[in-house]
Design a binder for this molecule. Structure first.
Ligand code: GDP
Length: 194
């Protein structure tokens, strides 16, 4: 997959600001620090394109990345900040839930989990939410380079069990450090945007 141009179309604070295009959109969600920016940068073959995660207290926005004028990646702000207030969390939830449940352009959500750990409560809630609304999920298990290959199957089983993973969803073992899963990730995304 050859990417030529990437740019930020808009950081949207409300649905009125969503791009007025018919391009397919692939959203990306995960708890902060899961490796989402690294995943985006690896797929786009850029070093520092997707800013590394916003910090608590910052306005939470949906970043629409224009990929060759054919596709948007929609970077969903990381969940799981213990320190943000209840009010901020509700605002976060409102914008994102509305986007995920009503946006016609949305084709699938890349849901990232850290392959080293059992999915968190929030990871499980996100997966359940996506399944409830019948939104196609591409599960990406990040930081595979931190686990010995002989243990990959075990970690995959633990994650699938905790999520009650639907075997019709894609599950991709990924590392932005050694590019494990890069071709597979693009292959799966292309299936959803055709
Ligand atoms: P984000 O908050 O989800 O956007 O996460 P980042 O992409 O900023 O990554 C968070 C931390 O995890 C950084 O220190 C990265 O260097 C590290 N990281 C991200 N991807 C990988 C990976 O594939 N392997 C390893 N070992 N570390 C990673």
């Amino acid at each position: 997959f050859n990417i030529h141009n990437v740019s930020l179309t808009i950081s949207a604070a409300s649905s009125k600001q969503y791009p007025d295009t018919e391009w397919p959109e692939i959203a990306l969600a995960g708890r902060s620090n899961v490796g989402k920016s690294s995943f985006i940068n690896t797929l786009l073959n850029r070093k520092n394109f997707a800013r590394t995660s916003g910090r608590p207290g910052k306005t939470q926005l949906l970043n629409f990345f224009n990929i060759d004028d054919t596709l948007h990646f929609v970077d969903v702000p990381g969940y799981g900040y213990a320190r943000v207030s209840k009010k901020e969390r509700e605002k976060w939830g409102g914008l994102i839930e509305e986007y995920l449940t009503t946006r016609p352009n949305l084709r699938a959500v890349v849901s990232l989990v850290d392959m080293r750990h059992e999915p968190s409560t929030e990871d499980i809630q996100m997966y359940e939410f996506l399944k409830y609304y019948e939104i196609p999920v591409i599960l990406v298990a990040t930081k595979a380079d931190k686990i010995k290959r002989g243990k990959w199957n075990k970690h995959e089983s633990v994650i699938k069990k905790a999520l009650q993973f639907d075997s019709t969803d894609d599950f991709i073992i990924f590392s932005s450090f050694d590019k494990t899963g890069l071709d597979e990730a693009w292959r799966v995304i292309e299936e959803f945007i055709d």
